[in-house]
Design a protein around this ligand. Sequence first.
Ligand SMILES: NC(=O)C1=CN([C@@H]2O[C@H](COP(=O)(O)OP(=O)(O)OC[C@H]3O[C@@H](n4cnc5c(N)ncnc54)[C@H](OP(=O)(O)O)[C@@H]3O)[C@@H](O)[C@H]2O)C=CC1
Ligand SMILES: O=C(CO)[C@H](O)[C@H](O)COP(=O)(O)O
Length: 489
Amino acid sequence: MATSSTDATATIGMTGLAVMGRNLARNIANHGHTIAVHNRTTARTTALVEEFGDEPTEHGGAFVATESLEEFVAAIRRPRAIIIMVKAGEPTDAVIEELVPLLDEGDIVVDAGNAHFTDTLRRQQALESQGLHFVGMGVSGGEEGALKGPSIMVGGSEHAFEVLEPVVMSITAQVDGTPCAAHVGPDGAGHFVKMVHNGIEYADMQLIAESYDLLRSVAGLEPAEIADVFDEWNAGDLESFLIEMTADVLRHTDAATGKPFVDVVRDAAEQKGTGRWTVQSALDLGVPITGIAEATFARSLSGHTAQRAAAQKMFSTTTEDQRVEVDRDTFVDQVRAALYAAKVVAYAQGFDQIAAGSEEHGWEVDLGETATIWRGGCIIRAQFLDRIKEAYASEPDLTTLLTTPYFVDAVKDGVDAWREVVATGARAGVPTPAISSSLAYFDGLRRTRLPAALIQGLRDNFGAHTYERTDREGTFHTTWAGDRTEKEM
Ligand SMILES: NC(=O)C1=CN([C@@H]2O[C@H](COP(=O)(O)OP(=O)(O)OC[C@H]3O[C@@H](n4cnc5c(N)ncnc54)[C@H](OP(=O)(O)O)[C@@H]3O)[C@@H](O)[C@H]2O)C=CC1
Ligand SMILES: O=C(CO)[C@H](O)[C@H](O)COP(=O)(O)O
């Protein structure tokens, strides 16, 4: 077995060996590194080494299995680099609290879980004051990505990144010879970028789910037929991990009932928090990420069982109610165009949020590099990210992705279909919150005049909140309750 005694032989350590930690540890060991492994419940450590202990030896790596945190820390060469891969939130704080007294000045603690970036800022300050380095490292790719090559978003000091770089670059995914990992910025930058990645993941999945619902409910396609449609889409501009996986899930049959798998799963989507955090942060930053927000609220709505049951009783619909006379092939193509255009909007909004967060915190996140490292390894990996990478390469200070030539053409080509799909969904009573809110966002951006002028008038009327004029500088108030003269404030 590729284990050794607990002298300081390991170049790195991993505590937290559940789904992600165990595969990330295997990935590290399989790339020739000796890694000390630890888990609160020792059974996970034992299982990892029993099952995969021989795997790293082929590559020159090894696991050093440890039971206690003391033993774990002692097994790692100084200055130590320790990755924590446990449940986000209080469990991460609990591990840090136990770990820190065992460490020495200059050691590097890496939180690779899905931490909230404000927790990362807090932890970084606390550990720095104790002479330790703290790195918030976003990792995406799920169970398989962790093993075969995830996308990695590192936030921390230059020094900490330099120490971690050989391991990080050896285990990450590669696209066209370019690693899907980068030092995205200091302190909370890595977890912020990972949070927005997950927000986009929510939007991507909601857009896919709405497209499936339209094809099934409006056009009457069966899940296996929709799987074929997604396979076709995956051969074009929409090529991505999630589109490919959608075909796989839709084609799957439940062994117990013989029904399509998608028909036996309870229709309430869960969430661990990263989508909600993305929306909360966007509200604080004032960035309209409508696609991500609608996707997050759609998950909440799906779980509101009591309200859904009450509404179903009062306003019931039948399968027939939702059928609209459409030409099947035309509709499939319209839904594809709507999905693509709405996806462009969701990504444009996500990148806007990263730009705003980076500005707010002084992180200097490189948006082109962000697109580059999301091209492989992560859940939102997609051919389309090449276009985003190119857009930022030709114009690093781009105001919005929507105005780059490639996306302008895509949106112009698809906009009629997009409107038709939203209108058809509305007529049929099939909800399309993400597809339709993206269209509203697009229309909102391109309008010369928005009704926001009326809102300003109302605010000034009821609360003397003042307004600006289109024809001259200054701040004004109309004496609505008096003689209606206008005063310059
Ligand atoms: N699953 C995924 O696809 C992805 C997950 N992530 C993030 O990676 C991290 C790990 O995720 P995942 O592998 O799914 O595992 P979980 O989020 O389910 O966490 C389980 C791990 O946390 C440990 N743990 C929980 N509470 C404590 C505690 N108080 N003290 C010490 N250890 C504790 C568990 O130890 P024990 O065995 O003793 O219970 C176990 O090792 C999370 O932050 C998650 O958000 C990131 C990307 C993708
Ligand atoms: O981080 C991830 C991938 O990058 C996880 O898959 C993500 O946390 C899943 O989130 P949720 O449970 O909220 O759908």
